[in-house]
Design a protein around this ligand. Structure first.
Ligand code: BGC
Length: 265
C-alpha cells in the first residue's frame, strides 16, 4: 500500500516546529506541494521549504496567525497564487498556557481557545469554501481532505490544563459536526489525537524522571516521535483512507486505554 499525494496541494498550519513540521515534511515526501504556515518562526519554516525543494518537491512558507480571519484569508490566497488550488488542510496550530483553575487568567483561557479552537474553525471553514469554489481537481477521490490536530485530551481530562483540554474536546465535536455537514460535498474531515510525542518544545517533559513517569501511561512502552503523527496525516490525506469520515485516529501508544487499570481495578 502506497500513500501518494502527487499533484495535490497541502496547507499545514503551525508547521515551523513539532507535529506540524513533521506533517509538512511527510506530505511533501508523499508528493504533495506544501504550504508551510508559521506564526512567529520563519527561519525553520524556510529551512524546511529549502530542503523540500532541494529534494525535488514544491513548498512555500506563509506567515499567518490562524486566529485572525484576515490572516487565514491571506494564507489561502497565497496558496492559490503559488499552486492554483488546495486539496489538503492539516489544521495543526495549537498552544498550551497551563495554570491551575484558580490561578488561570481570562487571557490564558482566551488565548488558548482562540488559537486551538477558533483558529481551526477559521481554517476549516475557509478550506471548505475553497473546495466548493474550485470543484473537482481530478487529483483524488475526495474533493478535499481536512485533518484537525486534536489530542488524547479530547477525552482524557487534564488537571491544570482546563483551557487546553476544553479546546481539544471542542475540536472533537467541531470536527464531527463539520464532517457530518460536508461529507455530502465529497469532503472528508477527520482528526488525529496524538498522545505524548517528543518534540523540541516538550523535551524536558519527556526525558529523565518525568519521561519515566510518562512511560507508565503508555502501554506500548515508548514516547512517540513527530513522524508517527506525520505518517497518520499522510494516510488520512490519501485515497487509502477514502471511506474514513469523521473519525479520530489516536496516535498515542495506547494512552487512552486506561493504563492505570493494568493490575488494578
Ligand atoms: C500535549 C502534551 C502531552 C500529551 C499527553 C498532548 O496533547 O500537548 O504536552 O504530553 O498531550 O498528556
Amino acid at each position: 500500500m502506497e500513500c501518494r499525494l502527487d499533484k495535490q496541494v497541502a496547507i499545514v498550519t503551525g508547521a515551523s516546529s513539532g507535529l506540524g513540521y513533521a506533517c509538512a515534511e511527510q506530505l511533501a515526501d508523499a508528493g504533495a506541494a506544501v504550504v508551510i504556515n508559521y506564526h512567529s518562526q520563519p527561519k525553520p519554516a524556510e529551512e524546511l521549504a529549502s530542503r523540500i525543494k532541494a529534494a525535488g518537491g514544491r513548498a512555500i512558507t506563509v506567515g499567518a496567525d490562524v486566529s485572525q480571519e484576515a490572516d487565514v484569508a491571506s494564507l489561502f490566497a497565497k496558496t492559490l497564487e503559488a499552486f492554483g488550488g488546495v486539496d489538503i488542510l492539516v489544521a495543526n496550530s495549537g498552544m498550551q498556557k497551563d495554570a491551575p483553575l484558580t490561578a488561570m487568567t481570562l487571557d490564558q483561557w482566551e488565548a488558548v481557545l482562540k488559537v486551538n479552537l477558533t483558529g481551526q474553525f477559521l481554517c476549516v471553514q475557509t478550506a471548505v469554501r475553497q473546495f466548493e469554489a474550485q470543484g473537482d481537481r481530478g487529483v483524488s477521490r475526495a474533493r478535499g481532505k481536512i485533518i484537525c490536530m486534536s489530542s488524547v485530551h479530547q477525552v482524557i481530562p487534564w488537571a491544570g490544563h482546563v483551557n487546553y483540554a476544553a479546546s481539544k474536546g471542542g475540536i472533537m465535536m467541531m470536527m464531527q459536526t463539520i464532517a457530518q455537514e460536508v461529507a455530502e460535498k465529497g469532503i472528508r474531515v477527520n482528526a488525529i489525537a496524538p498522545g505524548a510525542i517528543r518534540t523540541a518544545i516538550n523535551a524536558s517533559e519527556t526525558e529523565g524522571e518525568k519521561g519515566a513517569a510518562l512511560l507508565k501511561l503508555i502501554p506500548y512502552g515508548r514516547i512517540g516521535v513527530a513522524e508517527d503523527v506525520g505518517k497518520a496525516a499522510v494516510w488520512l490525506a490519501s485515497d487509502q483512507s477514502d471511506y474514513v469520515v469523521g473519525t479520530t485516529i489516536f496516535v498515542d501508544g495506547g494512552m487512552t486505554l486506561y493504563p492505570e487499570f493494568r493490575g488494578n481495578g
